[in-house]
Design a protein around this ligand. Structure first.
Ligand code: AMP
Length: 281
């Protein structure tokens, strides 16, 4: 496995892969890797891609007062995990490599979608995500790029970006990987105290409650959302950010729930904001 820090090295590797008749699969991450990230790597390998994983904590997707500085950075352990998975290249650029002119003047903004769900709570977040993912695509020219359904609003934003900008890359979306007790894996779970770790189970319970309401025949979006919200609101130490039932493509609220709609929740457990979701039906 090679660890590269420059766009030039990554691009050279990627072009070599293509010249040899291979396909590049890119797995963008911010590091602090867990089984959720590794599931993306494994899916890329299952499809026969030669895999590059980027590890970059992207400053432009964090707002003022968010956790950019204290975001967990565990690069050595990340590399050991990726080596075991047979990853070919780890791209770990410094901020100056990704933003060579310093503060960027050029951004990718997916209008509308970027202001919904997490975008409503974190202004500028999806602009930062769309911009850095575009740069990662430009640097690695992947045939496919792998993302987790865990960040379902991010998936919607990126799908729309790829369609609008005619980017020659297929997005592959992989299911949410959970701990044995149901908690969706997340790098931010490391922030949780033992007590908070227990409280955080309210998110997966909320999603399951919404799913159960849908399975029982409920088609009113508000009532499906209410079933989820009740779980969050009855949990001590948990503060709801949003509970939403939306069209997964547009992130617009729906009135009637149909199969394929997204039930998404975000909540604060102490100082930590966590996400969970399900595609209904
Ligand atoms: P992050 O490092 O948090 O930016 O995540 C990198 C990629 O891993 C994103 O596409 C996430 O959606 C995905 N991911 C994070 N957690 C999970 C999980 N529990 N299951 C599946 N994918 C995940």
């Amino acid at each position: 496995m090679r660890v590269v820090g420059t766009v030039a090295e990554l691009r050279e590797w990627s072009r070599g892969v293509r010249q040899a008749g291979g396909a590049v699969g890119l797995v963008p991450t911010m590091g602090a890797l867990h089984e959720g990230h590794l599931s993306l790597v494994r899916e890329a390998e299952r499809r026969g891609d030669r895999v590059a994983v980027s590890v970059f904590v992207n400053p432009t997707q964090f707002g003022p007062g968010e956790d950019f500085e204290r975001y967990p950075r565990t690069f050595e352990a990340d590399c050991a995990m990726l080596e075991r998975e047979g990853v070919e290249v780890v791209f770990a650029p410094g901020v100056g490599e990704m933003y060579p002119a310093g503060a960027a003047a050029t951004f990718v903004e997916v209008a509308g979608l970027s202001d919904r769900l997490d975008g409503a709570s974190r202004p500028g977040h999806f602009r930062g995500v769309a911009t850095v993912v575009t740069k990662l695509f430009a640097a690695s020219e992947p045939e496919r790029a792998y993302f987790g359904q865990k960040d379902a609003a991010q998936v919607a934003v990126l799908r729309r970006m790829v369609a609008d900008l005619l980017l020659p890359v297929d997005l592959v979306v992989c299911p949410i990987v959970r701990e044995a007790d149901g908690l969706a894996m997340s790098s931010r779970n490391r922030y949780l105290s033992a007590e908070e770790r227990g409280r955080a189970l309210a998110l997966s319970r909320a999603v399951r409650a919404g799913e159960a309401a849908f399975r029982a025949g409920e088609r009113g979006a508000e009532r499906v959302a209410d079933a989820a919200r009740r779980e969050l609101e009855s949990a001590p130490g948990v503060r709801v950010d949003y509970v939403a039932v939306v069209d997964w493509a547009t992130l617009e609220p729906v009135e009637r729930v149909e199969a394929g709609c997204l039930l998404a929740v975000a909540a604060w457990v102490g100082q930590t904001r966590l996400l969970d979701n399900a595609i209904l039906g």
